[in-house]
Design a protein around this ligand. Structure first.
Ligand SMILES: [Zn+2]
Length: 294
């Protein structure tokens, strides 16, 4: 028989070891880094509470021209798993990963996606088709189930619920955009970020800037686009969350075409904004297009 004192001591010790075990479990949560906000949201949807997810290029920021900070290098160095978009989107990520000395495994979320070409260049904005979004999410889930087999059931449940939502929004998008007349299908954005949306949903996007947001159009290219718009028309112009609205404003001034709103092309919105998740971003873009084009 243990004395009361021994029982209290044993109770305290088991309580203490429980606290210690919980602390260790919290510390041992696998660390995932995602290169930009849209991808970070997809990873969070798949993994839920079972990992800590850090995003390098945050909301409303431009991943094409991003310059990593020391804090980014630290996050990458500490990471267990890194997800990037690939297709040439993150021009800075290879150097950051190599110089950080990280032991993390690096995974390309667009694996298996058929790239769209814009002027013979690979368009990296593959997430702008929801069926490609399903490929991203499936790739992410495959990697995370291998890394965390103990959470495979949760990952599967999260993934199938999420994919069902992506498929439903894809069907809704196809049905809504199918109703637009042919004269409502050509729109202008600041940079060429919607090639996959155009392909998937039968739209035509024109842009003064190519697939890399940092490229400046020459005066001649801009004049050509404005002449084309005056000749052929376009249904609406849209500014973007990650690029300056000046160029689109200039096109609007010179063509008399109206600006139909703001699309989220390459990044989510800040918290409280209209596009805080991939699904919300896509819904916002769809309703902005429909409002301007109907
Ligand atoms: Zn872009």
């Amino acid at each position: 028989m243990r004395s009361l004192k021994q029982n209290i001591l044993a109770g305290l010790l088991s309580g203490l070891s429980l606290v210690a075990a919980t602390a260790v479990a919290a510390e041992e949560k696998i660390k995932i880094v995602a290169s930009f906000s849209i991808l970070g949201d997809m990873v969070e949807q798949v993994i839920g509470e079972h990992a800590s997810v850090t995003t390098i290029v945050g909301p409303d920021a431009d991943a094409h021209i991003y310059q990593p900070s020391l804090a980014d290098a630290r996050s990458v160095a500490d990471a267990d798993v890194i997800f990037v978009n690939g297709l040439g989107f993150e021009t800075w990520s290879d150097t950051l990963i190599a110089e950080s000395g990280t032991k993390a495994t690096v995974h390309i979320a667009t694996d298996g996606i058929t790239p769209v070409l814009v002027d013979a260049e690979v368009d990296p904005h593959a997430w702008n088709s929801l069926l490609n979004g399903v490929v991203y999410v499936t790739n992410i889930a495959d990697v995370l189930k291998q890394k965390l087999p103990e959470h495979a059931n949760d990952i599967d449940a999260n993934t199938s619920a999420y994919i069902a939502k992506l498929n439903a929004l894809d069907a809704e998008t196809k049905a809504a955009l199918a109703e637009l007349g042919d004269d409502k299908r050509t729109v202008v954005t600041a940079h060429d970020a919607f090639g996959y949306l155009a392909d998937a949903y039968g739209m035509n996007f024109l842009a003064p800037v190519g697939i890399d947001s940092e490229a400046e159009p020459s005066a001649q290219e801009l004049a050509q686009l404005i002449a084309q718009l005056k000749e052929d028309g376009a249904a609406a112009l849209f500014v973007e969350n990650i690029t300056s609205p000046a160029l689109v404003q200039q096109i609007s001034d010179e063509t008399g075409l109206e600006i139909g709103g703001r699309l989220f092309s390459d990044a989510l919105s800040e918290r409280g904004g209209p596009a805080t998740s991939y699904l919300a971003m896509f819904k916002h873009n769809l309703s902005t297009l429909l409002e301007a084009l109907k």
